[in-house]
Design a binder for this molecule. Sequence first.
Ligand code: FAD
Length: 240
Amino acid sequence: MECNTYTISANERVAHDIYALRLNGRTDAMVAPGQFINIKLDGFFLRRPFSVADWDENGLMVYYKTVGEGTRALAQYARGRTINALIGLGHGFDCGCSARPLIIGGGVGVPPLFALAKRFISMGIIPTVLIGFASGADEFLSSEFRLLGCNTIVTLETDGLRVTDRILEIQSAHDMYFACGPEGMLRAVHRICRLPGQLSVETRMACGVGLCRGCTCDTLAGGKRICVDGPVFRKEILRW
Ligand SMILES: Cc1cc2nc3c(=O)[nH]c(=O)nc-3n(C[C@H](O)[C@H](O)[C@H](O)COP(=O)(O)OP(=O)(O)OC[C@H]3O[C@@H](n4cnc5c(N)ncnc54)[C@H](O)[C@@H]3O)c2cc1C
């Protein structure tokens, strides 16, 4: 984990209530897709956690939804402004154990899956990406997954479809699933998909570094802090 200063090089709306934030600065602490950063916003005591959607040696991308005061304030931050963030937080996805990955995402759970898909592509593995949104106006990152070369399937609730409606027909072509999204979606995926899985659980979080224990969840291996023991957990360990 590192604490660094970043310069905003872009902060633009890319879908309904969704912004793409590009931060220039150090990324040495990033080791795995699924890790997150914790951003300090002026006037807010608690930092706000966001998954890293992509990173290179010059900076990183975050996609965030404006849901409350903090994210609405962040949406006003202009290009050139500096912000402080903790980076390299949490345990990310383990990509070494799948040759035929099925990536499943919903809404603002999709961003960390882009970094994951990119990692698989760099390993010569083409993942299937099954992502769902409430409507076409909420859809983001799907063209970027296609440009990467992923087999990309998008479901929209306005078409009467959810990602869970497509899992049964496609799961047999895969050996493991990797999921991130709203808890209701994750629980449904956990129940429906018969493959081994890794799930990123994005709960409400306070310190983000394991000290306050505010994000502890009950697992079959006892209480686990989502910020440091997760956010990615193996399917088998979750008591769902
Ligand atoms: C590990 C991790 C990774 C995350 N990655 C992303 C990401 O890539 N993109 C993104 O948009 N968001 C992500 N989140 C959620 C994001 O941190 C919150 O949406 C944000 O902190 C809300 O700040 P706020 O001040 O705008 O809202 P607040 O004023 O704090 O809350 C406003 C509303 O949002 C709800 N809320 C707050 N946090 C969460 C949460 N974690 N899950 C569900 N509802 C919440 C509150 O219950 C409330 O209804 C992530 C959270 C975690 C823990």
